[in-house]
Write a protein that binds this ligand. Sequence first.
Ligand code: NAG
Length: 150
Amino acid sequence: MKSIFLLSFLLLILPFSSQTPNPNLKPPLHQAELINFGFPVGLLPASVKKYTLNQTSGHFAVDLGGTCKITLPPDNYLAAYSKRITGKIENGKIAELDGIRVRALFKWWSITGIRSSGDNLVFEVGMVTAKYPAKNFDESPFCEGRHSSS
Ligand SMILES: *[C@@H]1O[C@H](CO)[C@@H](O)[C@H](O)[C@H]1NC(C)=O
């Protein structure tokens, strides 16, 4: 009698215990937050080690564990990410951005802000802006030629 009870108990819980959600399948916190604020996850490289956000002020800090270079679609601009990226995020708007630079016209330009505008992302370099379809940033890119530990 006891063993039958045990068996049916096991049969009852086994299917559930094998379906325990795998936490690794959830998007990382910084990606979930980017989506919440209306941005695609591909704005940040895949190598995010630590992410903090002050929910009140919107100030955030992203630690990549090392510097990172990525060729950005669609024009193949080279982007350089600092070890630590900081800024202020609100719905559809990232301001006070520090830590992302783009190589163009033989110079490095700091991206100071990013806005989400319909299907586009508007990158601000001081007073200059450049608009790109957001779908180019649907996936987190991997860093190229990294020397620090991944
Ligand atoms: C978050 O931002 C608010 C408003 O600027 C500030 O008062 C608070 O100290 C900040 N919290 C942390 C943990 O930095």
